[in-house]
Design a protein around this ligand. Sequence first.
Ligand SMILES: Cc1cc2nc3c(=O)[nH]c(=O)nc-3n(C[C@H](O)[C@H](O)[C@H](O)COP(=O)(O)OP(=O)(O)OC[C@H]3O[C@@H](n4cnc5c(N)ncnc54)[C@H](O)[C@@H]3O)c2cc1C
Ligand code: FES
Length: 330
Amino acid sequence: MNVIPITLLFADGVAHRLEVSAGGKLIEAATDAGLNLLTDCSNGQCGTCTASLLSGHIEMDDYDTSVLPDSDRECGAILPCVSRINSSCVVEFPYDSSEALAEEASPIDGVVAAVQQVAAEIMQLTIDIEEELFFEPGQYVRLHPEGTEISRSYSMANAPGARQLEFFIRQVPGGAFSGWLSQAKAGDKVKLSTPHGTFFLRDEERPRLFVAGGSGIAPFLSMLRGMSTSARALPTTVLIGARTPEHLFALDELKALGRIMPQLDVRLAVEQGAFGDSHAGYPTDLIAALGLDVSTRVYLCGPPPMVEAGRTAAQNAGIARGDVLCERFN
Ligand SMILES: Cc1cc2nc3c(=O)[nH]c(=O)nc-3n(C[C@H](O)[C@H](O)[C@H](O)COP(=O)(O)OP(=O)(O)OC[C@H]3O[C@@H](n4cnc5c(N)ncnc54)[C@H](O)[C@@H]3O)c2cc1C
Ligand code: FES
């Protein structure tokens, strides 16, 4: 059998050399070698596993081009979960080797404390856990309701270190987790994974722009709650988009955060039914007129088309591609 050497390079500079059978799957070869690469959907639909091909060639099975646009693929981005190896290559991952080497920790036991509809299509799920959970603001956990086969990823909206976790979840028609959530009640048991993800608040001295679509505001609430207790006051602009005013949520909380953080500038955009100062259209329409400092770190979270529009607008405003972080919620 033809065996091909490949190199997996991690953000901390650690390299792992593997041998893969020709046509074999990158993820399976990594798992066989004891590496747990970051994945979510495992079939090219979410973008969680995105990595960079530094040299060589990789073939990919079918995937959703909204999570890996052709322009990204041309720049070397790949989805390891659907990648097949046919020639020697070097692949770089945006997280440390320790994250891939860590054995998957035992799941955390959680109990639903409350489920509440807070806006059109948006549910707030609160889960009690026994010990404080520490994570980087912006990270997510996988939630697995006990007695079901369902397991989905959701970003914490609370600040790190709490024993009560808060999630904002869009109800997807026909969706498995959405269906469970519509029936969930206080006392239901849920298993949680340890926190994961590379979409977290960077600790750096530069202005920040957060752009959220729909439930994509969840990780930004965690970041803002964490920032509100810090002595550092970096200029931070938040653009929030929703279909209608009834789809907006957490506005009172954002107002309260604005009182603690005078450097916070929150702007709203609604596709239909604009009101007051809100923009009629998409949040990404507002980026061009912000006059962004080119050192701004941009964070985009929401549906893939919004993330793509945000990346283009940020690049047009002079922000380097590497300074734009993205999380896509399908
Ligand atoms: C890192 C990360 C963080 C996330 N954080 C959040 C968050 O904070 N808030 C949030 O709202 N979402 C978040 N998401 C999205 C979330 O994980 C789910 O994808 C989303 O909630 C839909 O899950 P579901 O089980 O309800 O729908 P799914 O069952 O996954 O279905 C999604 C869609 O596919 C269709 N579908 C499902 N199965 C089939 C089938 N067999 N054939 C045809 N169509 C099918 C459904 O009808 C539906 O339209 C996050 C995703 C990632 C990757
Ligand atoms: S894990 Fe979802 S695209 Fe690879």
